[in-house]
Design a protein around this ligand. Sequence first.
Ligand code: ADP
Ligand code: MG
Length: 157
Amino acid sequence: MKNILKLTLAIIKPDVVKVPFTLQQIHSKILTAGFYIVQSRTVNLSCQQVENFYTEHTGRFFHKRLVTFMKSGPIHAHILAHPEAIQLWREIMGPTKSFVTQYEAPDTIRGSFGLTDTRNCTHGSDSETSAMREIKFFFPQFNYEEWLEKQESILRK
Ligand code: ADP
Ligand code: MG
């Protein structure tokens, strides 16, 4: 089906959660873009949980600062639904590195509000496989098949 809703995992990182004005701006961007917010949680990640979530980045030069940052305060995890959820959310976030993005894509979230290349406001899944893994990570009770069968068509209408 053409317009079937897809899911992505969005995280609002600690640099944003602690600034109500920015949090509000990003929340508005999510809704204006036409996303449905399927489920949300506020979480304080432990060091181990951040390492498990970002396992692909173990050993990278920024790994330690990424872990320190992500466990520095509460984050908001959202399951977002949209026919182009993964691609659209990454487009609205903008490229990873805030210092370049503020010049190259100033209207994106990271271009507007990113503080550093690490403290870059948000996370978004990069593929369907990542989205399923990341949704399970934050919402272990969430049943994708059941959602698809019972909720997807209701939301879409
Ligand atoms: P994205 O979040 O855009 O998918 P990555 O998966 O490559 O980017 O990296 C995960 C997170 O690690 C980034 O969002 C950012 O917080 C941090 N990070 C990535 N690359 C760098 C870098 N070159 N310098 C500092 N921090 C980085
Ligand atoms: Mg990534």
